[in-house]
Ligand binder design. Structure first.
Ligand SMILES: [Zn+2]
Length: 404
């Protein structure tokens, strides 16, 4: 049983049960739609009149709509319900070290409009670019149902204030992007760390078996390594939102690149895209063993290394394999410590799953040999986990219960 936190406890309101029933009905329409009122009442064992009242409420809020009649079971053919398909509900802002993608999505998480913006080295200029695009996208939605803006940031976020405390890649501190978007557009803005956002996307829009599992860890492999922890169907944030900074756990010495924190012993320094590129350049360019991003003799993107590996180039395969080994070491430590049902790997590295997944299997077998419960390690099915994550910051609030 969970101990009651008296600093947060709200005594039960008469509307609490109704709120929960409303979310249950909405989620049935989302997962099982098109579905009739009668079927929802039968599966949920709610009174038919209760279901009808909730359905009317959800219709008037523009969350669900009626479509043509379903198959008759003898009498009049029932009207079916599904999530409202038209119009944008969320705007997602996906900030990455390379560029920023902004997109609108409907309630199902389908992208409608999207645009890629170049990053600026100045936070005020970056805010202005983002706000201009958000304004434009909101104005172009004729239904006027945009409920909010979600922002995914590759850095540390204060969940209480929505401020970015620190973004290592840009070296920005205390960036109040949510406040700025809200002030300029009047739309509610939610900000989260990219790995947490991707974990939320996995929970709501990823593989069904991940969405149904209550405990899993998302490992986002990108410029750095981010991890999002889902416990009991919600993001675990820890004190001041700093949970999940596994990228800085120590896994060795003399990594091929420096971690974003400056050290050469962190998991991120061994397992990120940058580490893989440095390994590849070390193998293919005489005299280059260091950080590819800083003064390397040649530049190559991680995506290109993946292409070359898939094309059969041995140096690329070896570099990816070495990275996968270190990824496995960290994942193994997390599995031993947290015992999740699954670990989801997201990012470009999933394109090379045929090359890297065997190394992960080895990791699992090590846990099994220790007599500990094992976990599935699976590739994310989301093409753009962090963009979906930004969108999910808005959509999850439509479908979930308030976090406690
Ligand atoms: Zn570090």
């Amino acid at each position: 049983m969970r101990r009651i936190d008296l600093t947060k406890a709200q005594t039960a309101r008469s509307s609490t049960i109704r709120d929960i029933n409303r979310q249950i009905v909405l989620n049935y329409v989302r997962d099982r739609g098109p579905i009739s009122r009668a079927d929802i009442a039968r599966i949920t064992e709610l009174q038919r009149s209760t279901v009808s009242t909730i359905v009317e409420e959800l219709k008037s809020e523009g969350l669900i709509e009626e479509i043509g009649a379903g198959a008759s079971t003898g009498g009049r053919r029932p009207t079916l319900l599904r999530l409202r398909a038209a119009g944008a509900t969320a705007i997602g802002v996906d900030i990455k070290p390379s560029s920023t993608t902004i997109a609108t999505s409907d309630l199902m998480g389908r992208v409608i409009l999207r645009e890629e913006l170049p990053n600026s080295s100045r936070p005020d200029e970056m805010s202005a670019r983002i706000i201009e695009c958000v304004r434009d996208f909101a104005a172009r939605d004729e239904t006027g149902t945009v409920a909010g803006v979600g922002v995914s940031i590759p850095g540390l976020i204060d969940p209480d204030t929505g401020r970015a405390i620190y973004i290592p890649f840009f070296k920005w501190r205390d960036w109040a992007i949510a406040e700025e978007i809200e002030r300029a557009t009047g739309l509610v803005a939610r900000v989260d760390n990219d790995a947490n956002a991707a974990a939320l996307a996995e929970l709501w829009f990823g593989r069904p078996e991940i969405g149904d599992s209550r405990d899993f860890i998302m490992v986002l492999v990108a410029e750095g390594i981010g991890t999002g922890i889902v416990f009991d169907g919600q993001i675990y944030r820890g004190e001041r939102g700093a949970a999940g900074e596994f990228g800085h756990m120590i896994v060795g010495q003399h990594a091929p690149v420096a971690c974003s924190c400056g050290n050469h012993d962190c998991w991120e320094a061994f397992s990120s895209e940058r580490a893989t590129v440095a390994r590849y350049l070390g193998r293919t360019t005489p005299g280059v063993g260091g950080d590819a991003g800083e003064g390397g003799a040649r530049h190559i993107s991680f995506s290109e290394v993946v292409e070359r590996a898939l094309g059969g180039e041995q140096a690329a395969i070896d570099s990816l394999t070495e990275t996968a080994h270190f990824l496995g070491v960290g994942v193994s430590n997390m599995i031993v410590g947290l015992s999740p049902e699954s670990v989801v790997i997201g990012g470009q590295i999933t394109r090379a799953w045929s090359i890297v997944s065997a190394l992960f299997e080895e990791t699992i077998q090590r846990s099994v040999r220790r007599g500990l419960p094992s976990a599935r390690i699976v590739a994310s099915t989301l093409n753009e986990p962090t963009l979906m994550g930004a969108i999910s910051l808005v959509l999850a609030r439509k479908f979930g219960l308030p976090e406690d």
